[in-house]
Design a protein around this ligand. Sequence first.
Ligand SMILES: [Zn+2]
Length: 176
Amino acid sequence: MMSRTMTEAQIPKRVDGGKLVDVNQQLTGQIDASKLTRLSAATLRSDTPVSCNLEFDRDIERHRVLKGDCSTSVVMTCQRCLGEVTLAISSNFELGLVFNDEQAKQLPKRLEPAELTEDGLLDLWEIIEDEVLLSLPDFPMHPADECSADLPEQEETNADVKRPNPFEVLAQLKQK
Ligand SMILES: [Zn+2]
């Protein structure tokens, strides 16, 4: 028997979604981000394993759901200075597991559909990769105080700052 700690456990790529719902399976583990090729293509680097907490369940209306969260960090190009910026990415989700489009249409709006194969299989890596991709910022940037770009806009703003009018200051003091 293999002994693996919870944090080192790998999330399996394909699972029997229907069966895991029936047993209310919970999965905690990681996905090797280097296996997620679309994420690699969308970022400069994505070496950090994606940590996942997943639970298969039925919601109050008996829909099969996969809910949970995932987090990782990726390196992207800062759109302000064009340097590398490391970004923490995380996502919470609740997906409705369906066997066909017809079932997908019947899901309440709060549940995003995730389609099972005819055999009830689910590609967890693909689902988690989708969630991470959706959480990437459209305009990745360093926080302003960490960005090495010259910020002419901000300098202009500083130059434009007017000295407070002493009468206004006095008026404000009186209000207190
Ligand atoms: Zn920057």
